[in-house]
Structures are given as C-alpha cells and as structure tokens.
Design a protein around this ligand. Structure first.
Ligand SMILES: *[C@@H]1O[C@H](CO)[C@@H](O)[C@H](O)[C@H]1NC(C)=O
Length: 455
C-alpha cells in the first residue's frame, strides 16, 4: 500500500535525521567549552613553552634597529638630551599629557598582525643582542592591573629577545583587559601571562602568591635565566640590559633583597593573625587583624622585613620554591599582613641554612639595596606629588634620578608628566645602541657583593 511505502520512507528519513541530530548533538556537547576566567588562567603554561619553541630569534634581530626608537609620538619635539643634562628641569616647559592608547586598540593591533604590532609598538627597535647578554639571560616579573599602554612602555624598555618575562595580572581587572594582555603575549614569544593569576588583595597573601606563580612558571621556562627581578607596572629602568647583566655578573649569585629589623619590622603585622573579610564599600575582600596571636616563624627563623621587590638568583628561587623550610615559612606567612614584605627578606637573612645568595655576614640593615629606588620621605626629594608617601616622578626629577645607582625607579604615572618616561627611555635606547656602560665601581663595593662567597 502507498501509505505503507510512504511510511517506510518516512521512517528511514526519520532515522537518518535522528542520527544526524544526535551526531551534531554529540559534537556540540564534546566541543571545548568557552573557558571561564578561572580555567583560562590554567592554560598559560603550555602556551608559554609552545610559543617559545616557535621563536624566530634571528629574524627578530635582523629587523631590529632599522625601526628606530619609538617614544610617545606627541613628545617628538622634546629635546631629551638637554633635558637629561640640565641641572634643573622645569615641568611646565614640557607637554603635560599624551593621548592614551586603549586596551581595545592594543588588542586589535596585536591580534591583527604581530610583525606590524611589534613594529608599531617598538618591540623590534633594538640592535643585535651582544654575546655577553645572550650568555646571561634575565627574567622579569611585572605585576599590574591597569594602564596597558604604560605597561607596554615599561615592557619595551626592558624587552630583549633572549630574556623571559612573566606578566601577572590581578584577576580584579576586567576580562577584556586580560584578553588584551594575552593578545600582546602572542606577539612576543618570550613574554607570557602567568599560568595562575590571583584576585590580589592589598597587603594580602595573594600578592605574594602572584610572584610565586610567576617564579614557578619561570623555572620551567626554556630560557636559562640567571636572575629574576620582580616589579610593579609603574616602575621604570634606570639601567640598560647590558648594564644590568654586567652588574648582576658582579653579584656572583648573591641576591639583592632589602632587609630591615628592629622597630621597622612592624611587629603586629606578624605577631597577630589576619584574615580576609568582605568589604562592602569596595565589594572586595580585605585583610583584617584579629586579636589572635600568631606563633613565631618555623625553624627558629628570625623575621626580617624588606621590600616586595628584589633581585633573586636562580638558585635562591629554587630554594624559596622547593625547600621544606621555605614551604613552612610560606604556610606561616599565610596569616600575616603583607607577607611579600617578609617572606623573601626572612629567607635571605636566615642563618645556618646556607640559603643560596643569602646575606648573613652582618646586620641586614647595614646592607645596601639597589634593585629599586623609591622616594618615600622628606629625606629624598620629590618635584611634584606623593601618593601614599611615594613620589610620583616627573620630568623635573630626571636630573636626580640620573644620579641614582638603583637598577629601577618607582613610580611613574603615564598621566603625570610623561616626558619623564619618554626621555629616560630615549636615553636607555641610545645607550643600548652604542653599547655604553656606566662605571660599575659602586656595585663592586656593595657589602652583599664583597662579602659574598660563591657556593
Ligand atoms: C639619542 O640619539 C638621537 C639620535 O642620535 C639623538 O637625536 C637624541 O638626542 C639622543 N637622545 C639622548 C637622550 O641621548
């Protein structure tokens, strides 16, 4: 019967349709799900290695130099040489601002065409890497949450193809910001986003963990770096890569970590326990002090305070990440305030442990610290304003900054007299091209260098 034949036909069609449908459904359910921001932070590490293996160092070197220096386009007219050699500089003589580059623009440029991005943003501007520098690669950690255009200005200033760079972004920043950062890292094979990011709480443990995640990634990274320097995004170098290499070679494995004892320890921060609490005003977690006593640190370690920022030898990083003592110290530090200001300093000055690159040859306070210059108080000049006591440097601070021996200066705002960044950058670029190195005598005489005996 007709109806029966039609019935069979329909049944066959129906079966085919069902099969197609279920196949599609199967594929759809098996597709990689869009990653949540939290999962996304876990894919970084594989990307790091993969992208690094595809690096074309030689081609990068070849196109370098031809492209010249890229500063702020709008400050082209500024004569940096006379600015930098003047005995005093008047801020009002310089443009007060530059147009900002949005995160979206940066992401678009990076996603569209990497060679073009690298040219436009100046990442191919340098001459060939010297043998001395490629034999002594460095690693850098930059922690930030905003102002990607300023971050790129900093990254470019310290960028060299033989080094490794870990970017750690606070997860409080919008996902679009993190996407823009990722787009940038895809254009620079030796720059990567940390495989694990944190919601960074001011003064909290997550601040310390951000650096530790980067260090864990860096020890696995194919670049055989000798030292790692961590910094905030508002820092800027005062030395070229070649100068840093020659200075750090003098250190012979010694770390440069700040150390303070006595009243400057701020005892309450670690003698009492702290916990996280939701802050209705900001909608974020904050650190609050409890009345509970925190026991002294494990292994009879003497608490020493220092900056969160420093210069750490590779062997020290290995020790800090893996030794049972430092693991116990890290656990202890979980409930203290600003653990990043105690963890490195306490390890660096621990006696009887043979901490690689550590300093036990004298009181911590008498040892210099040259990683970063920040102007905190009336003792140090500041031409314009201070934010939370720290000077925000301006063009008028340049003559003073040039007299400093520190490797970096902190802080600069891209919105605050940007000619300061512009001219420092131009100077370092010129020095890189000519291979000029300033006198290193100061570094040879540093206590932690002179007294350090190589392991
Ligand atoms: C850098 O070099 C260029 C080209 O020689 C020069 O015009 C500029 O003034 C120099 N700037 C500094 C700060 O040395």
């Amino acid at each position: 019967m007709n109806s029966c034949r039609w019935g069979t036909k329909y049944r066959v069609l129906f079966l085919i349709a069902i099969t197609l449908c279920s196949l599609t459904l199967f594929h759809w359910t098996m597709r990689p799900l869009p990653l949540s921001p939290l999962d996304q932070r876990l894919v970084g590490e594989r990307d790091v290695i993969r992208s690094f293996q595809t690096i074309e160092l030689d081609t990068m070197d070849l196109v370098a130099h031809k492209n010249g220096w890229v500063g702020f386009q709008d400050l082209k007219a500024v004569d940096c040489t006379s600015t930098l050699t003047a005995t005093s500089v008047d801020n009002s003589q310089y443009p007060q601002s530059v147009p900002r580059v949005t995160d979206a623009q940066i992401e678009q440029d990076a996603a569209a065409d990497c060679p073009n991005f690298n040219r436009k943003y100046g990442f191919q501007r340098y001459p060939e890497v010297t043998e001395e520098e490629s034999d002594f690669p460095l690693a850098f950690i930059i922690l930030f949450y905003k102002d990607l255009d300023q971050i790129l200005f900093l990254l470019r200033a310290i960028y060299r193809p033989q080094n490794a760079y870990c970017l750690s972004v606070d997860l409080h920043s919008p996902p679009a910001f993190i996407d823009a950062v990722k787009a940038v890292t895809r254009c620079l094979p030796n720059v990567f986003l940390a495989s694990k990011l944190e919601y960074v709480v001011y003064s909290g443990f997550t601040r310390l963990m951000s650096d530790i995640h980067c260090m864990r990634d860096l020890v696995k990274h194919p670049v055989p770096w000798k030292y790692v320097i961590n910094m905030p995004g508002q820092q800027f170098p005062l030395r070229t890569n070649l100068e840093m290499v020659q200075i750090l070679k003098l250190y012979r494995g010694a770390n440069d970590i700040e150390g303070m004892t006595g009243k400057r320890l701020l005892h309450k921060r670690f003698r009492l326990k702290h916990r996280y609490q939701y802050d209705g005003k900001t909608g974020r977690q904050k650190i609050v002090r409890t009345g509970q006593r925190n026991p002294p640190p494990p292994h009879n370690l003497m608490v020493v305070k220092g900056s969160a920022y420093g210069t750490y030898s590779r062997a020290f990083v290995d020790f800090a990440l893996n030794s049972p003592v430092s693991r116990d110290l890290l656990e202890w530090a979980n409930v203290i305030e600003s653990p990043d200001e105690y963890f490195w300093a306490t390890l660096n000055h621990a006696t009887g442990l043979k901490v690689p690159g550590g300093y036990t040859e004298g009181p911590p306070d008498q040892k210099q610290w040259v990683t970063t210059f920040a102007s905190w108080d009336a003792e140090n000049p500041c031409a314009t304003k201070r934010v939370r006591w720290i000077c925000i440097f301006s063009t008028a601070d340049l003559p003073m900054l040039l007299s400093r021996q520190e490797l970096f200066a902190n802080k600069f705002y891209i919105t605050h007299h940007p000619a300061a960044l512009h001219c420092l950058d131009q100077m370092l670029y010129n020095m890189t091209v000519t291979g000029m190195v300033r006198d290193l005598d100061y570094y040879r005489k540093l206590k932690f260098v002179k007294r350090h005996t190589e392991a």
